[in-house]
Design a protein. Sequence first.
Length: 337
Amino acid sequence: MSLKKIIINSLPPLKKVIQERETYYESSSSLYRLLEDKIREYEQLVKDNEMLKDSISDLSSQNENLTSQNSNLTDQINNLIQEKSLVIKEKMALEGKYKILTQDKNVLFNKVEDLTALNEELNQENIKLKQQEKKILEISSSEFWDSHYKNGFTSGTGSYDHLAYFKADIINKFVEKHHIKSVIELGCGDGNQLSLMNYPTYVGIDVSETIIHKNQKKFANYMNRIFFHRDEKDNYMNKKYDLSLSLDVIFHLIEDTVYIDYMKDLFEASNKYVIIYSSNHEEFTRWPEFRNRKFMKYVQENMSDWKLIDFIPNKYPFELGNEDMTSPSDFYIFEKL
């Protein structure tokens, strides 16, 4: 068989083989391309993985930062909670203080109302005192006391009972201790105080003719008890006495001129001692016949030749509302220099 024929006879299978190979090559080429695509995909995945790793690393770092920030925020929240707790406590304390202040405010308002009421009462009392002062300026002390005794009244509680005994005890001891021989009393009153005294000789002076006449009758059997009206100065100011007395009288001298004349005579009448039993402050009272005077001021300014040698406080000091049992007077004892 010729080669040509052989070749011709073998062509169909060969063609088939060629076709198969071509098909195979095409498949291989596709596979190769697919493989290349997969390799590229893999490479891309590797790159993506690296990028993910970097992202994860960044996220991890961010997570750490967030964790730290979260921790700080937690601390801040805790601090805020504590501060809130303190604020709540302070608020409660302030509310308590506000409540107390509100109560105090109400108390103050009540006190203001009370003070306003008291102020109104004081204004009314001032008006009454001014009216009383006007009456005092119009009253005559000598007329008052003469009318007082004419109507059967006494010299008052200061000349009776425990108050009178207190005065008698002080003065009798002084008379004995200092060997007093003669006594003059300016404002002798009804003589009840005199009945408790131990005077060698005594001259009593008063502005009331009524009470002078009563005393002259009451002590008619006592040759060493003599009484004169205030205007009869020629009968009692023509000599000096060892002791000059003023007992519960000065605050009854309403008129200034009468008061000054009285103080002059009181000290001028004695050549040794003067005893004053009286209050010692300036004050008008609700009684028209009663006016407190600061007599020590007058003595200091006008009686330079006299000195205060003793002060004896009252055993029964004055109590408002208990006037009948107490006294505003104290003992002031002076000696001539």
